[in-house]
Design a protein around this ligand. Structure first.
Ligand code: FRU
Length: 464
């Protein structure tokens, strides 16, 4: 009898490992277990990049939110840290940001890390917590009671940064389908200074997770919208303009839309405060609320996209946000002969395509089960697309079977980087024309790459 019980226990304990785990390489951050959504509180201090995140440690679905925590010295290898903020009787801990209080404006101490987050119950309000041990532990200020209460529904996701010129803090809040701007001298008392949004960009869904920063001499405002995304559901839009310490004035025309990424799984993008060398580094949740809680998962659910570095480019009279993988990834690249050699870890395929008289050029990744992803340049219509309709497991949500498309404006030589990991494919055009982030769930790794014709060449690299 004892023998049978032992066998039963061993069998039960093995069960989760029989289902696909889809745990990616460390390039794509994942929680140790449980549920994860937005990146929160991205801040750099004393050689450490901190990544906090929306987290439910207990199950693999969204439920009372905590701030999970991890640290890294290179944005690639992460160390899990104890949970930073727990929900309490005041509410759940929703998204927000962290700053380094270099001038001790709040009185918590020189270089204290201050977290500014939303407490969510029947209403939403903003609260702060602080750390005087470099982000290891946080104390809730005033027992977690709000420092800023709602002036409208959907009042959340504070992004705070230091505005050097006026020596004050600026807070952006997603508030009732707009962005509200507040200012403060001490992170505790805030006054509203302006708002932006009505008539601008996409308003088919709720606005969430704003961020704003200066690139060269232009201000870029990032706003996530859900639903209403470019391929349905969630997506990240942005605006380019000017900020005078009070008001953001967009260069964009009323009604025009700009997307940061042309895939279907790119949401809640925010950037690091205090990053070294003035770098503007972004982390994105690699998912879509349309099916986030249904994607194949066993012990954890969701990953972050690879960290990217943002810059701005002027084309004629218009400015464009350029999104590139952080250069730290280049140091991992080791040339291999085939994706079969690389399939047990993340890998990169660098592709060069010479335009061929209005014809289509197709690249396919495929496994032995005939599951495949196709990438297509259509030079007649000047588009690049990715088709994941036969990519593996797709039946957990009707809208997962998607073809995502981006415009290419120049019909000259095309160069792209395709980064493949256990549950994702990210594509970066080397001229910054587009990027495209998508989930895929093959039941075994893709093992063969095929291309149509002589005009395509490629090389493959392990990213390990
Ligand atoms: C965006 C979001 C935020 C909110 C958080 C809750 O994905 O809805 O607006 O703070 O998730 O988990």
């Amino acid at each position: 009898m004892k023998k049978y019980i032992t066998i039963l226990i061993i069998t039960i304990s093995l069960l989760p490992s029989l289902a696909q785990d889809y745990r990616p390489s460390s390039l794509h951050f994942t929680p140790p277990h449980g549920w994860m959504n937005d990146p929160n509180g991205l801040v750099y201090l004393d050689g450490q990049y901190h990544l906090f995140y929306q987290h439910n440690p207990d199950t693999i679905v969204w439920a009372p939110m905590h701030w999970g925590h991890a640290t890294s010295t290179d944005l690639i290898h992460w160390q899990h840290q104890p949970i930073a903020l727990y929900p309490d009787s005041i509410g759940m801990i929703f998204s927000g940001s962290c700053v380094v209080d270099k001038h001790n404006t709040a009185g918590f101490g020189h270089n204290a890390i201050v977290a500014i987050y939303t407490v969510a119950s029947t209403t939403q309000a903003q609260a702060i917590a602080y750390s005087t041990d470099g982000g290891q532990t946080f104390s809730k200020y005033n027992q977690g009671r709000p420092i800023l209460t709602a002036d409208c529904p959907d009042f959340r996701d504070p992004k705070v940064f230091w505005y050097e010129k006026d020596e004050k803090w600026i807070m952006l809040l997603a508030a009732g389908g707009e962005i509200h701007f507040y200012a403060s001298k001490n992170l505790k008392e805030w006054g509203k200074i302006s708002s932006f949004g009505y008539g601008y960009g996409n308003h088919q869904g709720v606005w969430e997770c704003p961020d704003m920063f200066l690139l060269d001499d232009k201000w870029v405002l990032i706003v996530s919208v859900n639903p209403g995304g470019v391929w349905g559901g969630s997506a990240t839009q942005y605006f380019v303009g000017n900020f005078d310490g009070k008001r953001f004035i967009a260069d964009d025309h009323i009604g025009s839309q700009r997307w940061m990424d042309y895939g279907k799984d790119h949401y809640a993008t925010v950037t690091y405060n205090n990053a070294p060398a003035n770098r503007r580094i972004a982390i994105t949740w690699l998912n879509n609320w349309e099916y986030a809680t249904a994607i194949p998962a066993t012990t954890f659910r969701s990953c972050m996209a690879i960290p990217t570095e943002l810059s701005i480019q002027k084309d004629d009279d218009d400015y464009r946000l350029i999104v590139k993988p952080i250069s730290e990834i280049d140091k991992l690249k080791k040339r291999v002969d085939s994706i079969d050699d690389a399939k047990n870890c993340a890998y990169e395929i660098d592709i060069v395509v010479e335009p061929n008289d209005q014809k289509r050029s197709i690249i396919t990744l495929q496994n032995r089960k005939n599951e495949k992803v196709t990438f297509e340049y259509d030079f007649a219509n000047r588009t690049f697309s990715m088709d994941r309709t036969q990519s593996g497991i797709t039946d957990f949500a009707p809208s997962f079977k998607a073809i995502t498309k981006a415009s290419i404006n120049k019909c000259e030589q095309q160069r792209i980087r395709i980064i493949v990991d256990r549950q994702s494919i990210e594509i970066f055009d080397s001229n910054g024309q587009f990027c495209m982030t998508n989930l895929v769930f093959p039941t075994e790794p893709y093992s063969v790459i095929t291309t149509t014709g002589e005009n395509i060449s490629y090389s493959i690299y392990n990213l390990q």
